[in-house]
Structure formats: structure tokens, C-alpha cells
Design a protein around this ligand. Sequence first.
Ligand code: ADP
Ligand code: MG
Length: 697
Amino acid sequence: MSNLGQIFGANVFNAAIMKERLPKGTYKALKKTIEEGLHLDPAVADVVASAMKDWALEQGATHFTHWFQPMTGITAEKHDSFISPTADGKVIMEFSGKELIKGEPDASSFPSGGLRATFEARGYTAWDCTSPAFIKDGSLCIPTAFCSYTGEALDKKTPLLRSMEALSKQALRVLKALGNTTTNKVITTVGPEQEYFIVDKNTFAQRKDLIFTGRTLFGAKPPKGQELEDHYFGSLKERISSYMKELDEELWKLGISAKTKHNEVAPAQHELAPIFTTTNIATDHNQLTMDTMKKVALRHDLVCLLHEKPFAGINGSGKHNNWSMGTDDGLNLLEPGHTPHDNEQFLVFLCSVIKAVDVYADLLRVSAANPGNDHRLGANEAPPAIISIFLGEQLQDILEQIENGGATSSKTGGQMEIGVTTLPALPKDATDRNRTSPFAFTGNKFEFRMVPSSASIAEPNYILNTIVAEVLNEVADRLESAKDIKAEVKTILSEYVTKHKNVVFNGNGYADEWVAEADKRGLPNIKTTVESIKALIAEKNLAVMEKHGVLSRVEMESRYEILLENYIKTINIEALTMIEMAKREILPAVIKFATNLAGSINTIKATGVAADVTAQTELLTEVSSLTAALKKNIAVLEEAVAKADNAHGDTYAQAALFRFDVFEKMSPLREVADTLETLVDKEVWPFPTYGDLLFNV
Ligand code: ADP
Ligand code: MG
């Protein structure tokens, strides 16, 4: 592959292909549906399906599939071939509008959180024409939403699409009230930066924990970790570079605008960022990116780890969700311009986001919660579990002015002095960066940094869209009934700043003082996934999601159940994997080592030589007592798992048992095993060490 221009989007049934292949009227009708959200005429679907099929067959595809995003967090697909037998024993290729629009996968084995019993297995997939179809593995993939027979969302795309409509509706009202007459639609945009680890496939294959859980459950700290900070932005090793090159090409073919790639802070850690697009397409693309990352890695005898914390002691992975709102006529609503203090529209949208984040911090927190992320949030590398907003010096100053009666000036960045005359003079940004904030304003967008690396970005985005829609709704109501718009804007801004400035924090989010300060300010500090899940059934949150038609009460409750169940299952698998590795791999290895030592002591003594065997004896004593502790800790963990497993009834109580009993008992077991690893012969240790995993690609 050489010509980037040619390969980009080669596997996508995009607007250009549609324009080329669809009759003019059909193309126009479809475009109207995509851009204006109008209902699609079934006759149009037939024509589109036929063109799609012809195009897909030309590209060598043999099957089609509705591609959807059930609550598992990954994507699902069931492939049907295009063939249809004819009377003369041959086949013709068929694909109708009906097949394009609607699919009916058996929904019984997807998580539904009680929305649907297994005997009511019907589920439907519905074509999302706003995200283009593409070819993957010889199949034409049609992005779809997935819902139950009774119309409840069983997926992550449906609420996302609903939230985009909700935000557009309210943002438009605000724009109109502010005098904007040219905008017809507001679009939420996102560019997710994706972090990941790469390890060697053979090394990976020897670790049951990585295979079953995606993270290492054992492993002593290697002599070198990330302390030299020599990996961040370091030159790419050849194996990694050729992996990244192929990954980029595969993504480009799928129309994913992979833009930036670099080494990350931890050894073996990397990042990829695409150019932003609508929250819907970006979510689809991020799912495809994760899928492609894993597949391409295997071709290079590598394995891509997307877990939030594959290794203890070094940084984990996240996703930076760069979010903004834009208009169909090209405005970025979070663009401050040169003089933000007199940019009324910008300030209204900015302060609405601030209020939304403050009032619904608990919803945002749960949107970024998963078992893996519990190892990061608040653990001195990722943002803390406390939601706060970084605005930077310039906006902070403007907010203070607003609070004191009105903003009249904006601080500027000026020029940067490097002190070398031959270097160009650089204009300075009005604000420095802050890497420790979970929700940072970065020039013309907000960067939500809590998002877990392995998770779909649908949740954080539909939550963001909805809570901001809610505040914009309130602003619109007030502006529409105001006599003096300018005065009302001023009142709203001053009120929002005064009431919600508590959520703004420009300092070091990793410092202990911040935890204390946040507590004083009354900001929630929800430390674990299990506790965060409660937000899904809090009345104010149920109400806001229902009001904007994003998730009904029943749908929210089902998500509450699903997240708890997922937590229970994840920790259960981790604990069982630990027990299995400890019992069947570590114990036998250390016993063998001790037996060898004992044999050596006996053999030396038997020679009659007065040799000093205290080293062997001491080591034997130490290893033996640690082995006994290991055995004991295994039993303790087994007991906790059995107890939690049997705690049926209340899902929340069971999840809490897994978090506060089972999970807690995993650490002591690990600690003993990791100490043993540092004492015994490398040859007898049953699986590759951190050193082997992190430094051999
Ligand atoms: P960082 O300096 O945080 O590593 P990157 O340049 O790697 O930033 O990523 C920034 C991301 O933000 C990119 O995906 C970029 O496309 C995205 N982005 C830029 N402008 C917007 C916007 N208006 N809306 C959403 N995302 C945006
Ligand atoms: Mg970033």
C-alpha cells in the first residue's frame, strides 16, 4: 500500500461512493435523512441496499452483517452470505432494503439487566445510516442500533443517538435565542486518544492471568520500570513501528482518520489518536480501532493489551475523550476566540458545561467506571476519582470578573522568549496545560480524561450530551421568556459561576491536599466502581435521562444491574485465575525449589566437609514460611469467593462483597507470591516476569 489518498476509506461505503453509485434522488433523500434526521423512505432503502451489495461484491465481500454494540462493551456481528439459490441449482446475490434496515439477532445471550427474559428472546437491529457501512473480514458491516421487542435499548448506540438529538435540540434553542439564524443542527464531536500496551505473543501465551483477565495478577517489580521516563515519546522500535504502520493502514482503509502515534510513559505502552468526528461515528470508529489493534498485533506475533491496568507499579491506560459541540455551519461552540470575555455565546456554552459537570458529577463518574479503572483513578497517575474542571488562567480570570459584576478583559499569552535569536518567536497560548485534571479545558474543547482504555466511549459521551442538554434546556427556557436577553445572559452567567465555581480546580489533582480541599467543597469522591454504580438509580439522574428521552427509568435500572453483574463476574474470574495460578503453578514451583535446596543441604552435609550451609538453610527457612503463607492466603481467598458466590439475592450487596472482601484478599496473596518470585531460581518460576513482558519487544 503506498498512496494514502487511495487507501483512505477504500473499505467504506462513504458519501463519495454513494454519490457516485446512487441515483440522484435516492442520494438526496438519504443525505436528508443523515443530515436532518428525517425518516427514511423504505423505497430508498431498497435502492441503497442494492448499490451497497454491488459495491461490496466488487470489493470481494461474500457476506453482510448488522454490526451492533450490545452491553458487553464490545461489538457483535452475525454474518449472512448474499447467496440465494435459484431453481437451476445456481445462486444469485441478493440483499434487500428490508435486510439493510432491520435484523433480528437472537437477543437472549446478551446482557439485558432483566429487560428481557431468555424466553422473550426477540431483539432487533436497526440501520444507523448516519454511520457509514464498511467491509471487514469479507463482510459488509452495517452499523446498527440494538433494541428489544418492546423497544428498549439493549445497546450503547441507541442512547448515544438519542442524546445527540437532545443536545442539538436544546443547543439550537439557545443559539436562536442569542440571535443565531444560520445554524440548523448542533453536533457533538469527540476525538478519543487511545492508550494500549504491546507484549510479545509467546510471552503473553505463558501467562494465564493475561489470557483470562487481560491484566497481570502476579509479578514482582522489575529492576527498571518507568522511572527514567525514557519511553515517553521515545523513538519507536522497529517491531513496534512496523506494527503501527500496518495498523494505520488498516484503520485508514476503514475511513478512520488515525493521526497521531507515539510511545507512552510506561515501558511497552503506546498511544493512537484519530482526528475528531461526531460522537456517534467516533464511537463506532473507536470500537473498530480497538478491534483492529488486537488483530493486527497478532499478525506481528504481538498481543495488544487494552486493559486499564495490565501491570502494577507502572502507568495504566486510559482514553482521553476530547469533546466539543459544533454547528452544521462550521462553528465550534467551545471556541473562545481572541477575546472570550465578550464572546457571550461561548460563555453561555462554557458555563452550561460547568454547571452540568458539577450537578451530574456522579453520572460522569459512573460513565468512566469499570473494574480495570479502579486501579487507576486516584492512584497517582490517572486523574483522581474526584470530578473537577480545569479552565486555566485566562478563563479563570474571566469567571472571577463575571462573579464580580461582569467581564471586561481577557488575558493574553503574548510571545515566548526562548533566548536564541535564530529560533522563531512563538506565540504563547493564553493558558498552560494541566495533566492532572479529569476534565480539562484544552483551548476549544473539554478533555474528559477518566475514560477507561478498554471501554466503549458511548457512555461518557451520551452522559455528557444529556447533562449539557439539560442545562441548555434551562438556559433556553430563561432566554426565550426574557425581555432583555443581554441582561438575562449576564444574570445566568453570574448565577452559574457563583453556584458552580466549586467544581473548578486549576491546581494539582494528584496532591493529597486536593482530596481534603474537594471534601471541604462538598465534591463527591467516589472511589470504587461498585459505589459509583448507585448513581444510575439516583432520582435526579433517572429524571434527567428520562426527560431528554435518552434512557427510560427501566433502561437505566437495567444498566445498573448489568454493570453490577459485570463487576461481579470480572472479579470472580480474576480471583479464580489467581487461585488456579497460585495452586497449580506457583506452589509446585516453590516446593520444587525448596526440595532442591533441602537436597543440596543434605548432600553437602553428607560429604563430611565442614562447609557453611547457612545461606541455603536461611533461604530454605524463608521460602518455606512464605510457601506456608501462600497456601494460607489461597485458602482465605477461596473462602471469600465461595461466600460471595453464594450471596444471591441483592446484586448490589453481592458486588460489594466482591469488592470489599474478595478483591481485598487478592492483594495479600499476590504480595507473598511476588516476594517468592524474587527469592527462587528464575528457571523454576512458572511464567514470564515483568522484566520479560515489558522489555522484550
Ligand atoms: P494531547 O495533546 O491531549 O495528547 P492530541 O493531539 O493527541 O492531544 O489529541 C487531541 C484530540 O482532540 C484529537 O483527537 C483531536 O482531533 C481532538 N479534537 C480537536 N478539536 C476537537 C473538537 N472540536 N472536538 C472534539 N475533539 C477535538
Ligand atoms: Mg490528551
